[in-house]
Design a binder for this molecule. Structure first.
Ligand code: CA
Ligand code: CA
Ligand code: CA
Length: 170
């Protein structure tokens, strides 16, 4: 069962992907996301972490396009997102997690200041802010991502949470 409230919420998620706000999701949005995160942490695009983030963004885009770009024009419209991506991802959230994982892994590495592969809640909030969340919402979301409340956000916390955010009402 898909409620209209659910569809509406997912339509709102579209704006998160449409980083440049031009009404469709394409590769440029994923590049913009990577660029914004690198800029926030002062990490050069040519560094290993920078290259990993761009590679993750490209893989994320390719995965989303494979699922949602039904007419193959290298753009995901709002209709393609809601009618294609959402239904398929809802049926298989694990698939979405795998598509997003390389990008999320690389973003955590960029935000990771001590090399343990995890980012502090504060640094995670900086990532979310770079991706367009407002300050307070970013802090709240970052704290929620720290599901074991140890003050840091790791891949095992962020990947399933990210998949839930885009595939489950709430
Ligand atoms: Ca766009
Ligand atoms: Ca399309
Ligand atoms: Ca944690």
């Amino acid at each position: 069962m898909v409620s209209s409230e659910y569809e509406g919420r997912i339509a709102g998620r579209f704006a998160t992907f449409d980083q440049d706000g031009n009404g469709y999701i394409d590769r440029a949005d994923f590049c913009a996301a990577a660029k914004a995160v690198l800029a926030e942490f002062g990490v050069p695009a040519r560094s290993d972490k920078g290259q990993a983030l761009y590679a993750g963004a490209e893989a994320f885009w390719q995965g989303m396009a494979g699922i949602a770009d039904r007419d193959g024009d290298q753009r995901i419209t709002r209709e393609e997102f809601v009618n294609g991506a959402v239904k398929r991802l809802r049926d298989n959230p694990d698939r979405f997690a795998e598509i997003a994982r390389p990008f999320l892994h690389a973003a955590l590495a960029v935000a990771d200041s001590d090399g343990d592969g995890r980012a502090t809640v504060a640094d995670t909030a900086r990532v979310l802010t770079a991706l367009g969340a407002t300050g307070e919402a970013a802090r709240t979301a970052a704290a929620a991502l720290d599901s074991d409340a140890d003050g840091k956000v790791g891949e095992a916390e962020v990947v399933p949470a990210f998949a839930r955010y885009f595939t489950v009402p709430g």
